[in-house]
Design a binder for this molecule. Structure first.
Ligand code: NAG
Length: 182
């Protein structure tokens, strides 16, 4: 089964976690529910595209199927990968991160890109960064849930982003991860 599914974004329990303890207050409180959704959607897209543009990757479009699946996974508050179980066998890429305190969308996506320093094109590894900039992954859906007791008794904002077509396909890094920018 695994052989037919590309390697998903690699994640370990420590990877991408930040803990800066502070109260999580309501945000966007002056906006309507629809405005909040649109704003968040655009922030997820912008946070990816503003990195992708430096890696010769096209801008992404929002996919509600992915966003709904990301939401259902985030709502479980299991801080671990869904391992390809969300879309009835359709493969997808996935990045997850949880952070306590004020941990907004741009903060979360920025965590994914920290892996860039680890990337060596002559010996490609597959991580959050490579999924963010993967050229062939052009559709995005993300969600966030505030989960209790993630860091001890401290709650965290748990972000799940799903990518389609999936990135981090072993053997395809050289044509999908461009590191020559800037
Ligand atoms: C959105 O994502 C789903 C799941 O990966 C995929 O099946 C569907 O084709 C995508 N929608 C569009 C418009 O491409």
């Amino acid at each position: 089964m695994l052989s037919s599914v590309p390697i998903l974004a690699i994640f370990t329990a420590v990877c991408g976690f930040v803990s800066n303890v502070a109260a999580v207050g309501p945000r966007h409180q002056l906006l309507s529910r629809n405005d909040v959704f649109n704003t968040d959607e655009q922030t997820y897209l912008w946070s990816h595209d503003s990195v992708r543009v430096f890696h010769d990757a096209p801008g992404m479009i929002w996919n509600k199927t992915l966003a709904d699946a990301a939401s259902s996974w985030a709502n479980n508050c299991q801080i671990q990968h869904s391992d390809g179980t969300l879309l009835g066998g359709t493969p997808y890429g996935e990045n997850i991160v949880a952070g306590s305190g004020v941990f907004g969308i741009a903060d979360a996506i920025a965590q994914f890109t920290l892996d860039e320093a680890d990337y060596d094109p002559s010996s490609p590894t597959y991580n959050h960064f490579t999924q963010v900039v993967w050229k062939a992954s052009t559709q995005l859906g993300c969600a966030v849930t505030e989960c209790p007791n993630v860091f001890g008794d401290v709650p965290a904002n748990y972000y799940v982003c799903l990518y389609y077509p999936p990135g981090n396909v072993v053997g395809e890094a050289s044509s999908n991860v461009f590191v020559g920018g800037l």
